[in-house]
Design a protein around this ligand. Structure first.
Ligand code: TXA
Ligand code: MG
Length: 377
């Protein structure tokens, strides 16, 4: 499809006006409280946030991956408030966060030996395991599935909040459905202020991309979403693991392993064009595109590698970091998409010449899902 045709189609399908219309109709405005912990764990702020969770409220909090929007996972009303606040489709299940392996066992049954090995190796950390659920976990939390996704986050504020609440905490990423996941409390507020009870501000997260999701219910464990913990690392611990994700957004009519695969993801309001290939070819293609889009009067934002930033000093841009260090791209990706959106870029062009190995695979997965157009050079 021609670039401008894609742009028009995208603009009419996902405009912010349309999102605003849907959400404003369904959610009552509330005062969102902001708790700043100042790095002190177990302080009054966390205790107060935990009280809100215990009483059925919604609290956004930092994890090591992205900010989550939490509620008591066993309280149907509380969980339904998460779906309302995010505008999330009801069949897209939530990850339940626990503060220990023992608390996880309250929620799951027929736990495979391999799942126990993974918990010992990677928890607390950016790994979500899907297992059979016990009846105590309500349908609303699992989107009606007979499995539940569980993880123990590797962030002291998150762990203390869960501990103080005394509950398992359901928490999807704390963004409006379809938007890039939040990596700061400011991002949470720009999407959800007035729609949730509180946010605990723990500063910028350390990883920047959501956890690796692994389905443990089949004979061979299957990765449903890539993240910091890679297939190779999982295999060192438990042997064969399958990849069961791809980098497309699937149509709603399709049957998929993880409902999240069907929904628009990580999209800023701007149109995103990803240019993939070797560094020099990517740079020369981006140069051509800048001339073309400038000619059409578009406001261009660039997501660049540190190396390509030197080539485009005058454009509005954000760095994804050094191209050989994909962990920097992971940390900067959602931040950069939101930053360029705020700068009112009509079009975001992404330099996709960084290393696709390790967490780079997860970065490309999110970028390809966010992109309206992918150009391979
Ligand atoms: O790092 C993370 O995982 C963050 C932080 C807050 O913990 N959470 C997060 O949640 O990314 P969310 O809801 O944005 O993504 C959860 C993904 C979705 O794609 C969902 O479809 C999938 O996990 N999922 C949850 N439960 C599932 C289940 N029982 N079976 C298959 N997929 C499931
Ligand atoms: Mg999400």
């Amino acid at each position: 499809m021609h670039e401008s045709a894609v742009c028009r189609e995208r603009a009419s399908a996902y405009s912010g006006v349309q999102l605003g219309f849907i959400y404003e109709k369904t959610v009552m405005k509330k005062d969102t409280r902001i708790f700043r912990t100042g790095g002190i764990i177990g302080n009054e702020q966390i205790i107060e946030a935990a009280r809100i969770l215990r009483e059925g409220g919604t609290v956004a909090f930092p994890t090591e991956t992205v900010y989550g929007l939490g509620a008591d996972a066993l309280n149907e009303k509380a969980v339904s408030r998460i779906f309302e606040a995010k505008g999330r489709p009801a069949d897209n299940p939530l990850i339940v966060h626990v503060d220990s392996k023992e608390r996880c066992m309250d929620l799951v049954r027929n736990v495979p030996e391999k799942a126990l090995l993974l918990m010992d190796e990677f928890w607390p950390g950016p790994l979500t395991l899907i297992m059979e659920r016990k009846p105590i976990v309500p349908d609303v939390t699992t989107g009606g599935l007979d499995t539940v996704a569980v993880r123990m986050p590797g962030n002291e504020i998150a762990l203390e909040l869960i501990r103080q609440s005394g509950k398992p905490i359901a928490a999807p990423s704390a963004n409006l459905s379809g938007r890039p996941s939040p990596t700061t409390a400011g991002h949470v507020l720009s999407d959800l202020s007035g729609r949730i009870d509180a946010v605990v501000d723990g500063g910028e997260v350390s990883i920047g991309l959501e956890s690796t999701v692994v389905d443990m219910t089949g004979d061979i464990p299957a990765i449903l979403r890539p993240g910091k913990i890679t297939k190779e690392e999982l295999e060192l611990c438990i042997g064969d693991v399958r990849i069961a994700y791809d980098d497309k957004v699937h149509p709603e009519s399709e049957t998929v392993r993880s409902p999240g695969m069907k929904y628009t993801h990580y999209s800023p309001d701007s149109i995103v064009i990803l240019v993939e290939g070797q560094h020099e070819s990517v740079i020369s293609r981006i140069k051509e595109m800048i001339v073309d889009f400038n000619h059409r009067g578009a406001n261009i934002g660039l997501l660049l590698t540190e190396e390509s930033k030197k080539v485009f000093p005058c454009e509005i841009s954000h760095s994804l970091g050094e191209k050989e260090k994909p962990e920097q791209a992971a940390k900067n990706l959602f931040f950069g998409l939101r930053y360029l959106d705020e700068k009112k870029a009509d079009i975001i062009i992404v330099d996709g010449s960084f290393d696709p190995d390790g967490i780079g695979q997860a970065v490309f997965n999110r970028l390809r899902k966010a992109a309206d157009m992918i150009i391979k050079v």
